[in-house]
Design a protein around this ligand. Structure first.
Ligand code: NAD
Length: 428
């Protein structure tokens, strides 16, 4: 995988151009939606524990807010770029629209590796990020959330800084907060569970029983862990997972052909989703190269790590047994690989549909925070299931009716809704 030549924003724009043609959008709508409405890039000085000052680069992109305030996570990642944030903000717009929640798309990031930062330094980074943006984001304009390598604790520091600047309590400013501090029950599970609600519906449609299926998962973080939890509860078996190894600066796959034991693996996994290699070996896992997850003889490969993982080079390694690819991560498949998947007639649940459970629950959290009234977990997960299931059914019905690939069908619904909102507001 050539990360250097891969540009997620070009990929997001290519996907948009394709659907704009299908929808026959006029030039003004295309120009409006092809690029973000607003972008912020800024420096965040942080006094480090040794007394020196490090300058971190931060970003926030607001792609479109025609359907409601922008919503989207903040990543801390050493390879973060403005183009990654742009792409993710655009995908957030489509994601909120496909599940029909009244929010637009935004995304944020910082070029930073929290592995190398103390808790105090991370707190300063969070507070610094908010200080740079305090007048450009907020509960009625743009609501951040966690993403890769950011947590509930980071969100609480950010909320605290925002409230200190503006005065008063505004828990609706940010989501992904700790439960008991304005967080929603079910938020931790939401993305992974949401992925599996769509898998359950897809398998029904393909007339396959979940208990007859086997999956391989890339990544072992928040999304992967809860997706595996629910998938195994509905009867599926996961035989391989992979993760990044910080020490070796490479990824590894962990395979157990009779099925992984989620709880035993969680006991030897750190908060970044890194499985301890030596301990996994003791537990009887085969340690394979990082790319091995995609080559496994499974029904469902489930990428749940980062972008650009199923590319022209790796798509050829997908096993002939595969029936459905489930994009739990954002942007895991490149347009070239997408064509191959369509040609091979593999059912695909596209990222912005599959992983929309996170933002849907974030929306529930925001509603609860604004009301200052919190729901029981079953109520949250029940509402989540309803939203995800109806979104999946709408996309798959359109795909069948118009003979579209699932990604195109999801795009037609999402982009169509956003374009209509822009027209209704008189913007175009
Ligand atoms: P996370 O930080 O909790 O976990 C990421 C996992 O991916 C870790 O196990 C890490 O080791 C692994 N990883 C990183 N690079 C890898 C590589 N090159 N090969 C194999 N494994 C690798 O992140 P997460 O919250 O689980 O998010 C995963 C994906 O899902 C991202 O694309 C994210 O944008 C997307 N997503 C997350 C949410 C959410 O609510 N957390 C919502 C929607 C989409």
């Amino acid at each position: 995988m050539n990360q250097e030549s891969f540009n997620p924003f070009s990929m997001a724009q290519l996907q948009f151009d394709h659907v704009a043609d299908i929808l026959d959008l006029d030039k003004a709508v295309r120009d409006l939606l092809r690029n973000p409405m607003r972008e912020y890039a800024f420096n965040i000085p942080v006094r480090m524990d040794d007394g020196s000052v490090n300058i971190f680069r931060g970003f926030r992109v607001q792609h479109n807010d025609a359907r409601g305030p922008c919503k989207g996570g903040i990543r801390f990642h050493p390879l973060e770029t403005m183009d990654t944030v742009r792409a993710l903000s655009m995908w957030m717009t489509w994601k909120c629209a496909v599940v029909d929640i009244p929010l637009g798309g935004g995304k944020g990031g910082v070029i930073a590796d929290p592995h190398n930062l103390s808790a105090r330094e991370q707190e300063q980074l969070c507070r610094g990020w908010v200080r740079q943006l305090a007048r450009n984001i907020g509960p009625i304009s743009d609501i951040p959330a966690p993403d890769v390598m950011t947590s509930a604790q980071h969100m609480l520091w950010m909320l605290d800084e925002y409230e200190a600047i503006h005065g008063g309590k505004m828990p609706g400013f940010i989501t992904g907060k700790p439960v008991g501090m304005g967080g929603s029950l079910g938020r931790t599970e939401a993305t992974g569970f949401g992925v599996i609600y769509t898998v359950r519906e897809a398998l029904k449609q393909l007339s396959i029983r979940p208990e007859d299926t086997v999956a391989s998962v890339q990544g072992f973080g928040n999304v992967a862990q809860y997706a595996i939890r629910l998938y195994t509860q509905i009867g599926g078996t996961v035989i391989c997972v992979s993760c990044w190894n910080q020490n070796d600066q490479t990824s590894y796959s962990f395979r157990k052909k009779e099925g992984i034991d989620l709880d035993a693996l969680l006991d030897i996994t750190d908060r970044f989703g890194e499985i301890d290699k030596a301990k996994a070996k003791e537990l009887g896992y085969e340690i394979l190269p990082g790319e091995a997850w995609i080559e496994q003889e499974v029904d469902i490969p489930l990428p749940a790590a980062l972008e650009n993982q199923i590319s022209a080079e790796t798509v050829v390694n997908i096993n002939p047994r595969v029936r459905a690819i489930v994009e739990a991560a954002n942007g895991p498949t490149t347009p070239d690989a997408d064509k191959v998947i369509a040609e091979r007639n593999i059912f695909l649940i596209p990222d912005f549909l599959a992983n929309a459970g996170g933002v849907t629950c974030s929306y529930f959290e925001q509603v609860q925070s604004n009301m200052n009234y919190y729901w029981e977990k079953d109520e949250v997960l029940g509402k989540l299931d309803v939203k995800m299931t109806s979104a999946f059914i709408a996309v798959s019905e359109l795909a069948q009716k118009r003979n579209l690939h699932m990604r195109d069908a999801a795009y037609v619904i999402a982009v169509g809704r956003v374009a209509q909102a822009c027209r209704d507001r008189g913007w175009v």
